[in-house]
Design a binder for this molecule. Structure first.
Ligand code: PCA
Length: 327
């Protein structure tokens, strides 16, 4: 073959290859999906698999492009971005909406549901009410997955509630802010990607979160103790804009809903596995992982009781219905 022929063959091969690449990634429609948490978070990994399932089961008609760690919209903006149709789909921390309606915050009520079985029953009770409330905002829930049980990260050993007094405390929603205030701590809201910096600059010195978020943030760099208080299992939720959903053809809508059901089941299993695996990571990196003292639990549960009473008052008849279905 002459050099000239070789060159033109290479050019043709290159053109065919780039056409193939464009076809593979050009779905008929691509949905941008903002999420709040970093890529290695199990929720994000679950959503990546969800996106893959949707693309496969719609034969490439619908692709979902994930924008993780608040890179497209900051966490506090995600819900309204989906509501307003700036993006068709998104993920956020469900209990962030508790200021709109206390029912959204049920999963973050201290010691109301503290294991996976109870968290499941709570979601079953909460789901229909959440769906109705979101429907008024032109949103539809697709699936929801809990974080592992929430534990306490501190520099010193915490033997009772009084040891929390005055600590600068990282919070992620209004409920945790209230809870930490009632222990005597001083809360500040900090998003997950900002945790390491908040600790190193001294803005916060303690937190309540899952072993997942603790391990992913390398908590051992700034605290020594993990007290396994298993206080609640808060959830993330994935919602879709109803108008965007209706625009899909029937087959794509069905495929999306089927992938969502799979993602919810898979996510709950991933969450359970995370609990053990990431608690071990905390230990392996030198943290003291310990069960809470009876005194600490009594003190914290008393605060939980007080908070549940005020939650019931503010949640009214919807709250009653939820608790009745749960209990
Ligand atoms: N991680 C998230 C929410 C709950 C959790 O375990 C956070 O710390 O913000």
């Amino acid at each position: 073959m002459s050099d000239k022929m070789k060159r033109s063959n290479r050019l043709i091969a290159g053109a065919v290859l780039s056409m193939a690449v464009t076809t593979a990634s050009s779905a008929d429609m691509t949905w941008d999906m903002p999420t709040p948490y970093p890529d290695k978070t199990f929720h994000t990994r679950n959503i990546l698999q969800f996106a893959k399932d949707v693309e496969e089961s719609t034969n490439g008609k619908l692709a979902i492009k994930i924008h993780s760690a608040g890179s497209l919209f900051k966490h506090p903006e995600i819900k309204n971005a989906v509501r307003g149709g700036q993006v068709p789909i998104g993920e956020f921390f469900l209990s962030r909406l508790s200021n709109e309606n206390p029912v959204f915050g049920a999963d973050s009520q201290p010691f109301l549901a503290t294991n996976y079985g109870d968290a499941r029953r709570l979601w079953d009770a909460q789901q229909p009410i959440v769906a109705k409330l979101l429907d008024k905002q032109n949103l539809m829930p697709l699936f929801s997955v809990p974080w592992p049980p929430q534990g306490l990260y501190t520099k010193k050993e915490i033997k009772g509630v009084e040891d929390l007094k005055g600590l600068k405390f990282r919070a992620y929603n209004a409920t945790l802010e209230k809870f930490s205030k009632l222990t005597g701590a001083a809360p500040t809201q900090v998003e997950v990607p900002d945790i390491p910096q908040a600790f190193t600059t001294g803005r916060v010195e303690a937190m309540i979160t899952s072993p997942s978020t603790g391990a992913n943030s390398k908590a051992w760099d700034f605290v020594n103790y993990y007290t396994d208080i298993q206080a609640w299992l808060p959830k993330n939720i994935v919602v879709v804009n109803k108008r965007a959903f209706r625009k899909l053809d029937k087959a794509s809508r069905d495929a999306l809903l089927a992938a969502a059901r799979k993602a919810e089941a898979r996510g709950w299993e991933m969450s359970k596995k995370e609990t053990t695996a990431k608690t071990a990571v905390l230990k392996d990196n030198g943290m003291t992982v310990m069960p809470p003292s009876a005194a600490l639990m009594t003190g914290l549960k008393n605060i939980g009781d007080t908070m549940l009473e005020s939650w019931k008052k503010s949640a009214g008849s919807q709250g009653d219905a939820l608790l009745k279905a749960y209990q």
